[in-house]
Design a protein around this ligand. Structure first.
Ligand SMILES: C[S@@+](CC[C@H](N)C(=O)[O-])C[C@H]1O[C@@H](n2cnc3c(N)ncnc32)[C@H](O)[C@@H]1O
Length: 272
């Protein structure tokens, strides 16, 4: 994949959004790392590490004999990850620019493979999961956190029947689903991840669903996603820039504290 094959942004502003997102991913991220029981000397490969929010959580759990290898296609985001990880530890860290959809030598000797919010950017991510099983040594632990922009929508649409002010949450969901459809990527790959891994012969597959209450930081993230993909949404005829601004205003006006989830994360772990 080239840098250009990624639908979201790679700028410093995009990295700032991922840092905000890291804060509302905090509890599921730590839960994933608990479930994977990282050992001090593990070699961990992180698929699609981006600017390094999850990588920072991983190095803290490793000892000096352990290493996390962050793999990402975006040179700009890897540069930001290098800066964010400078001087951290106690684990070591390395970064590799590569297309994660093509497993390669960077997987050699891996004890753990982790990916957070990355498989949903990989077209036909199931091909990658099957190829990984053919590449990893038996017993390698794998763990993913993947968003789902579909599962919460029935509950949200039901709530909207008596709370019409929730409409901008549905409008966001529709825009992101239309965008993903145009890019041929799945807004709900996490939902079928556990059965897909079981069918591919992975062992000890476990699944947890983490919905996000639509609090102020989640709403801010939605507005930042609108900014990041404004031109793409316009060029695809999904929303005009004026419609995006109107939706952002409606999001800002929502009464936080009582809003149902508009998205959430699937946590899935297994052994190769
Ligand atoms: C939504 S960001 C998540 C970043 C990071 N995992 C986090 O949680 O903060 C998705 C990341 O996956 C990377 N990515 C998407 N498709 C990729 C591919 N085929 N190969 C390598 N990296 C990819 C993007 O460059 C981006 O950094």
């Amino acid at each position: 994949m080239s840098d250009a094959g990624y639908v979201l942004g790679q700028s410093e502003r995009a990295a700032r959004r991922l840092a905000l997102q890291d804060r509302h991913f905090a509890a599921p991220s730590e839960a994933l790392l608990d479930a994977l029981a990282l050992a001090p000397t593990d070699r961990v490969v992180e698929l699609g590490c981006g600017p390094g929010g999850m990588t920072q959580r991983i190095v803290k759990r490793l000892g000096a004999g352990g290493v996390v290898v962050g793999v990402d296609a975006s040179a700009a985001l890897l540069e930001q990850a290098k800066q964010a990880l400078a001087g951290t530890g106690p684990g070591r860290h390395e970064f590799i620019q590569a297309d994660i959809s093509k497993p390669d030598a960077w997987l050699d000797g891996t004890d753990v493979v982790i990916g957070r919010a990355v498989l949903h950017h990989v077209p036909m991510a199931e091909f990658l999961l099957g190829r990984l099983r053919g590449t990893l040594k038996p017993g390698t632990r794998i763990g993913f956190l993947e968003p789902d922009f579909r599962r919460p929508l029935a509950a949200l649409a039901f709530a909207e029947t008596t709370r019409p002010e929730l409409a901008p949450l549905l409008a966001f969901a529709k825009a992101i689903n239309d965008l993903y459809a145009a890019w041929r990527i799945s807004p709900a790959v996490g939902a079928s991840l556990a059965p897909a891994l079981e069918d591919a012969g992975y062992a000890d597959v476990r699944h947890t669903w983490h919905p996000f209450a639509s609090d102020a930081s989640v709403l801010e993230n939605l507005a930042m996603i609108y900014d990041e993909v404004r031109d793409t949404l316009a060029s695809l005829g999904i929303l005009t820039p004026a419609e995006i601004e109107a939706q952002k205003q409606l999001l800002r006006a929502l009464p936080t504290g009582t809003l149902p989830p508009v998205w959430g994360l699937h946590q899935v772990t297994a052994h190769a």
